[in-house]
Design a protein. Sequence first.
Length: 233
Amino acid sequence: MLLAIDTSTQQASIALYDRRPDPGRGRQLLAEQSWFSANRHTEELMPAISALLSLAGVTASDLTAVAVAIGPGSFTGLRVGLAAAKGLVLAQDLKLAGIPTLDVTAHPHQSQPVPVVAVAQAGRGRIYWAPYAHGPGGWGPQAPYALSTVIEMASTVVRPMAFAGELNETDQEALTRFAGRQRVILLSSALGLRRAGHLAELAAKRLDMGQEDDPAALSPIYLQQPNGSKTTP
């Protein structure tokens, strides 16, 4: 049983995923919860996990692995998620897999006929983003994760692209205005929601290949310092 935790931004999500193959249905997502957190991840996360376990009829002792989104994202949000994940892993000797946050956003959109730009809010009028497409190494980011304004992102759009993730109405209007309506495909908020179920699928694939992370070494991806200054990706 795998528990997936994503508190990268104010859009939080957790999920329970059964990695054991079921002869009738295969692997399955047992339960999932997504919610908007007004920077209250510390107070909300562990009660939400407890409620999710209860809803699925399992206990913490049934867990065999934990997946956690590692950013880019907010300093506090990432710290809370990683602390919870590492605490569970070390207390129960579980496997751990860290997955980049934007990879989770882009994961369900691999069938899009155009590149997909995954977006997460960074605060202070900025966003984290990266373009995804099928390349020589398979589906993945085609450029380093970036921290910029929506207008700066729009200046890089030279062909039709789909946009998924945390783009509010103001962001969408600015993107469409500066990139050109013919180049911008806005996926709906429900379709583009970053979900822990997708985090679980990505982590299960990594763990199946024996690619687990060392809790002592796993660290978040920060594109800015806690004081808001930009860092080199």
